[in-house]
Design a protein around this ligand. Structure first.
Ligand SMILES: [Fe+2]
Length: 750
């Protein structure tokens, strides 16, 4: 038998029907009320609900005890509850007319106006109000009875709304200090406004063409909001100059100035983007073979040595490698893994090994929870800030010894202080809270003054670049902002005796792309590359920029002054995709992508003339010199040789020594299937000749799947290692290496 409930919901004061309300019918029961059906009021406020015996979950008794509940379209606000007005022993056909006073809607109307302004801003985010969008929003305005409101009327006249205005409306709607409940209400209201458009009309065709499914409209709008709010130009406009704190830098990193509180709510409303094939390849590439993490932290002494370790060689060789502890969330890039230090301590011709994670706060929390919590750089950050941390600083890129301390560095955040030789983490290090920007993985230490120069880039929010100096005693004395036309990834820089040298290369970060499932890094070949030269203790006012042909330089070798010229050596590549396999740079194939080659720039500060000279046609990476000559003219460079046959894996199969004076070079090939990493030059104690010392690196043998440390005589690298230290476990391919001499260790300050 079928049953029917019909009726009308109307405004008490005017008797006009109210459309788009939820009407629910229930049978009051002893244990649990049965929901008999639900519908939406039509344009005249009318409704009809049909039900049968089957809709009664409990035993059907006939003649239900009927009542009606009426809610707003979002289901949040109950406008009428008939539970206290039950129609007992209801007949097969029942009729309800329910009046609702205007006062029940008043607060909703105010919110609707603000929200409509937000929606209008959203529609304008791409700079165009498309006809379908306009009609759709007009319809919403009419349905909400707001079409005659002066502000809304102005909008209806197609007044362009900027992203900033849209954001301002959002802020206005939420208030200056919005609570989580406010955000929840915003999201519910957004859903309501979109869902209100219950009837798809012809006029909406154009709008719906780009958003074909009703269910995905809100997602699309949210995507556009997020895309706009993550845009660096937009952020630059809305960001108020503020003083960062070391804590901000540590916990929020690059995203510290983004309107993340809004985003944290919007992001939940977005379906995860579809992962593209290239990204899957990338994730696989850097988690396999010797890129895969090792599981154990071990300590081993008296390691087997083939050959003989020089008696004068005393200290610890270190490499830092990404070593993800847990299966990563989302897309994994090599740059994401948790930093692990692999150290070989050499003394009296003997060697010991230990590997230890850098115990960052985020790693400790993930260990407690037994899973990864923060995703890597190809993903959106955790705008919801679990444990009040938005992004992870993996502390995985390089190490440096300064003022009695060893630091593990990563450009995403602050340094971590590491104790030697046991490699235990002392903690995040913010120079007595004076560090107010990110800290490069490649600071430069003046070997004469002991000062350490550093920079920090911000790929999203201004200031896009900060530059600072640490005294020989380890105190930050200054951090100054440096102006850039747009944010870029800046990995390395250089110093001379009097100057610091920045590399403004057009590798930009476009986080909005993540929302579409695209790689958020983009090299823009149309943008010039520039070399910036600043007095060591200067600021933006004394900075001079020199344009060079567009290129990318991740690593410098060194720089020095010669007459009126600044001479800079670095590894130049025509373009980059940050090791992400791709032939497609700006729609054109570029086989030279990521091909780093030794290059020398001469910049005449008097004449402004720049000369660029390629020194080698072969690909090399991870260049090192005798660190006693940082900022001074040097003769020798040691760099890993690119194993191009291993592409897209970035492997090095040898070490090349450049003699800049003679213009020659010579190499040592690690052997078939053997790949190394950065080679560090360690000077012999009391040496008087630049290359009197050793070149040290880790090698991985892909046939035996074992790793070893090799020691080459720097003056005779072609003859092969004087000593090979066989390691108790493999050392994954990683990033930069360092040497801490026993003398330095003796001066350690904890
Ligand atoms: Fe680097």
């Amino acid at each position: 038998m079928s049953y029917k409930i019909i009726g009308k919901v109307y405004e008490t004061e005017t008797s006009l029907g109210i459309p788009n309300l939820i009407v629910q019918a229930f049978d009051k029961d002893m244990l649990k009320d049965d929901n008999l059906g639900e519908t939406i009021t039509d344009s005249e406020g009318k409704f009809e609900i049909n039900y049968t015996e089957k809709d009664f979950k409990e035993m059907f008794e006939g003649g239900p005890d009927l009542y009606i509940i009426i809610k707003t379209r979002d289901g949040v606000n109950t406008l009428y509850n008939g539970k206290n007005n039950i129609r007992h022993e209801a007949k097969r056909h029942e009729h309800f007319d329910i009046g609702i006073p205007k006062s029940a809607f008043a607060p909703l109307i105010k919110d609707d106006k603000q929200l409509l302004k937000v929606l209008w801003g959203v529609a304008w985010l791409d700079g165009v109000l498309e006809p379908g969008e306009k009609l759709y929003l007009k319809q919403v305005a009419n349905e909400k009875g707001l079409a005659d409101e002066p502000e809304i009327k102005t909008l209806l006249e197609e007044k362009p709304v900027s992203s900033e205005e849209a954001y301002a409306s959002l802020v206005e709607y939420l208030g200056t200090n919005p609570s989580d409940e406010d955000y929840d209400e915003l999201c519910r209201s957004l859903e309501t406004l979109i869902a209100l458009d219950s009837v798809v009309e012809d006029v909406e065709t154009e709008f719906l063409a780009s958003i074909p499914k009703r269910e995905t409209r809100k997602t699309t709008l949210n995507q556009r909001l997020l895309g706009a709010f993550l845009d660096s130009e937009f952020i630059a406009k809305i960001s108020k100059p503020k003083i960062s704190t070391s804590l901000t830098v540590q916990k929020e990193g690059a995203y510290s100035d983004t309107p993340y509180r809004v985003m944290s709510q919007l992001i939940d409303k977005i379906e995860p983007p579809e992962i593209k094939e290239i990204q899957k390849i990338l994730a696989g590439l850097f988690l396999q073979d010797n890129f895969a993490p090792v599981k154990e932290e071990i300590t081993a002494s008296d390691l087997p040595v083939i050959g003989q370790l020089p008696q004068e060689l005393s200290g610890m060789f270190l490499r830092i490698s990404p070593n993800p502890l847990f299966p990563p969330i989302g897309l994994y890039h090599w740059f994401d893994g948790d930093g692990m230090l692999h150290g070989v301590n050499i003394k009296d011709g003997k060697a010991s090994y230990r590997n230890r994670y850098v115990q960052t706060d985020t790693l400790k929390i993930e260990k407690q929870e037994g899973k990864a919590i923060w995703p890597g750089l190809l993903n959106l950050p955790r705008f919801d800030s679990p444990h009040e941390i938005m992004i992870k600083n993996p502390a995985n890129t390089s190490v440096i010894w300064h003022a009695g301390k060893l630091f593990a560095l990563c450009e995403a955040g602050v340094p971590h202080h590491i104790r030697v030789p046991d490699l235990e983490t002392v903690g995040a290090y913010t120079f007595n809270d004076k560090l107010t920007c990110a800290f490069t993985a490649h600071p430069k230490i003046d070997p004469v003054t002991g000062e350490m120069m550093f920079f920090g880039f911000s790929p999203i929010a201004p200031a896009y670049l900060s530059y600072g100096v640490v005294t020989a005693e380890g105190e930050i004395t200054r951090i100054v902002p440096i102006e850039l036309p747009s944010p870029v990834m800046m990995h390395d820089f250089a110093i001379t005796q009097n100057y610091s040298i920045f590399l403004d290369m057009p590798l930009g970060f476009v986080p909005g792309k993540m929302i579409k499932g695209e790689i958020p890094l983009a090299f823009n070949p149309k943008r010039k590359s520039r070399i910036g030269i600043i007095l060591r203790h200067g600021d933006n006012n004394s900075l001079r920029w020199f344009e060079v042909p567009t290129c990318m330089v991740y690593h410098t070798v060194n720089a020095y002054e010669e007459g009126s010229e600044i001479v800079l050596l670095g590894l130049r590549m025509p373009s980059t995709n940050l090791l992400i396999p791709s032939d497609d740079i700006e729609n054109g194939k570029n086989s030279e992508n990521e091909m780093a080659k030794m290059c020398r720039w001469r910049i005449d500060l008097k004449t402004g003339v720049i000369a660029e000279e390629l020194l080698d046609d072969q690909v090399t990476e991870f260049p090192r010199i005798n660190d006693n000559l940082v900022g001074r003219k040097m003769r020798y460079i040691y760099a890993g040789e690119g194993a191009l046959y291993a592409n897209p894996k970035p492997l090095l199969d040898g070490v090349k020594k450049y003699d800049l004076e003679k213009g020659t070079n010579e190499s040592y090939f690690f052997g078939r299937g053997r790949f190394g990493g950065e080679c560090v030059f360690v000077p012999r104690p009391n040496a008087t000749v630049e290359d009197d010392g050793w070149v040290i690196t880790y090698i991985h043998d892909t046939i035996t799947d074992r790793s070893e440390l090799i020691v080459l005589n720097a003056q005779k690298i072609t003859v092969g290692p004087v000593a090979r230290v066989m390691l108790p476990q493999r050392v994954p391919y990683g990033f930069h290496c360092g040497w801490v001499s026993s003398e330095q260790m003796a001066t350690q300050k904890i």
